[in-house]
Each structure stands twice: as structure tokens, then as C-alpha cells.
Ligand binder design. Structure first.
Ligand code: MF3
Ligand code: CO
Length: 255
């Protein structure tokens, strides 16, 4: 989500966390199905169509479709596209990297997760970018614990990513998630340790590092959605929705 004003943070009961788990598991299952369809020769709109079928089969509601006028179930972002790429006739080529972001609404609660996958065999640089981005997500999740502060998450992600020579996108951030797709607080993937609100049991967060191989600057294309790196460098994106519990972070969108 883009940077916005903050509002009240809702603490979720165990019952609600279980509902959120159900929505997020559906997202994880569909993303897993789509992995197999993201092959050289397929167009991103083909993946959207398959996703639509999977969504219908499970009788859930796509969360992004209609959100501020966004017309599709998934965001499909290829190579230098960071996030919010729109499915189209663009055919995937061997060596591309593709980020698929999916959200669903089920029984009143949202699920949201994203993966970046290689199309066939990709460059060592692309592999390392995807690997560092996914690891940075787990490093961030490890900081999402009772007593820590919000920016401990972003600080850990940023340190790890920059230590590996990549950069963290600043203009888009993670978010609280629950009965709305985007709730407070915003969850930046950068920042200073020890800053921000104190994390409490019951907070549910979508953590989603967007990591560029080059500079951190991004540009939104004329379609009003597609975010690309300003320098044309590759970008990767991984996202999990997690619940903070007294036993640490519970990853809701992990199979
Ligand atoms: N995971 C992304 C986000 O939280 C996807 C939003 S796409 C949109 O911002 F279409 F819903 F905006
Ligand atoms: Co999200």
C-alpha cells in the first residue's frame, strides 16, 4: 500500500486470528497453484484467469478487484516492475522474474501474500535478489514480537538488504490487515530500531519488503498502478500476513 495517515490499531482475538488464518491459507494455496502456471510462454493475463477460477472454486472474494478501481485479482509485476503490475498480454520469457500478489476476503476477514518466482532459469543476480528479499521478510517477521517496536521490523529488513548491496523501496509499505485489506499501522521495510509503537499480542500485520537491485527510487507508470524502479533495475517482492502472539509471530499465509 502507499504511505498514508495512521489510525487506530485493532487487536484481534484468537477467534479472529483463526479466521484470518483461513483467509490467508486460501491465498497461500492459490499462490502455490499459480507457481506451476508461471512458465515461459504464458501471458500474465493467463495467470489472472487461472486465479479467477481458483477463487471461484473456493467461493471467496478477490480483495484487490475493485479496490480503488483496480481491475484484477492479482498484481503481476515482471522484472523492473516493483508492485501493482497489471495482468496483460505480456508473455513471460525464460530468465524473467515474476511477482504475484494476491488478496482474498473470506467470512469477513482478509488474506494477503505475495511471492516472486523465477521463469525457467534466471541470472545469478536475479536469484540472489529473490533470495535476499525472501530472507529479509523472515528476518522482519522474527522482529514482530511482543515488546519490540514497530520500526524494529523495518530496521532489521533494511540492515540485511543493504548489507547485501540491494535497496529498500520507501514509497510503499506493509500494513495492518483484518476486516479491511489495509489497516493501521503502516509497516515500513526501513527505519530505526527502537522507534514506533510497541508491538502487542493480537496485532495482525502484512509485512511486504519490496527490494531493488539498484537504487530505491520508484516511479508509477501512466496506467496509475504499475510501480517500476526508476533506474530500470530488477525488483523482488515477498509478503506474508502474520499475527503477533505471546509465543512470537504466527505466519498466517504459510502452508
Ligand atoms: N499487497 C498489496 C498492498 O497491500 C496489493 C494491493 S493491490 C491493490 O498494497 F490493487 F489492492 F491495491
Ligand atoms: Co499487502
Amino acid at each position: 500500500m502507499p504511505l498514508r495517515e495512521s489510525e487506530t490499531i485493532v487487536l484481534r482475538s484468537l477467534y479472529e486470528i483463526e479466521r484470518l488464518r483461513q483467509s490467508n491459507i486460501i491465498v497461500a494455496e492459490i499462490l502455490n497453484e499459480l507457481r506451476a502456471d508461471a512458465k515461459a510462454g504464458a501471458a500474465t493475463i493467463d495467470i489472472e484467469r487461472i486465479c479467477e477460477e481458483e477463487i471461484k472454486k473456493r467461493k471467496v472474494v478477490p480483495a484487490f478487484k475493485g479496490y480503488r478501481g483496480y481491475p484484477y485479482c492479482i498484481c503481476s509485476s515482471v522484472n523492473e516492475e516493483v508492485v501493482h503490475g497489471m495482468p496483460c498480454k505480456r508473455v513471460l520469457n525464460e530468465g524473467d522474474i515474476l511477482s504475484i500478489d494476491l488478496g482474498v476476503l473470506h467470512n469477513g476477514y482478509y488474506g494477503d501474500a505475495a511471492i516472486t518466482i523465477p521463469i525457467g532459469s534466471v541470472s545469478e543476480d536475479a536469484k540472489r535478489l529473490m533470495d535476499v528479499t525472501e530472507r529479509s521478510l523472515y528476518i522482519g517477521i522474527d522482529e514482530a514480537k511482543v515488546g519490540n517496536r514497530l520500526f524494529d521490523i523495518g530496521a532489521a529488513i533494511q540492515e540485511y538488504v543493504e548489507g547485501n548491496g540491494f535497496s529498500v523501496v520507501r514509497d510503499f509499505v506493509g500494513h495492518g490487515i483484518g476486516q479491511s485489506l489495509h489497516e493501521a499501522p503502516q509497516v515500513p521495510n526501513f527505519g530505526e530500531r527502537g522507534k514506533g509503537i510497541r508491538l502487542k499480542a493480537g496485532m495482525v500485520l502484512a509485512i511486504e519488503p519490496m527490494i531493488n537491485a539498484g537504487g530505491h527510487e520508484v516511479v508509477v507508470l501512466d496506467d496509475g498502478w504499475t510501480v517500476v524502479t526508476k533506474d530500470g533495475s530488477l525488483s523482488a517482492h515477498f509478503e506474508h500476513s502474520i499475527a503477533i502472539t505471546n509465543d512470537g509471530a504466527y505466519i498466517l499465509s504459510k502452508l
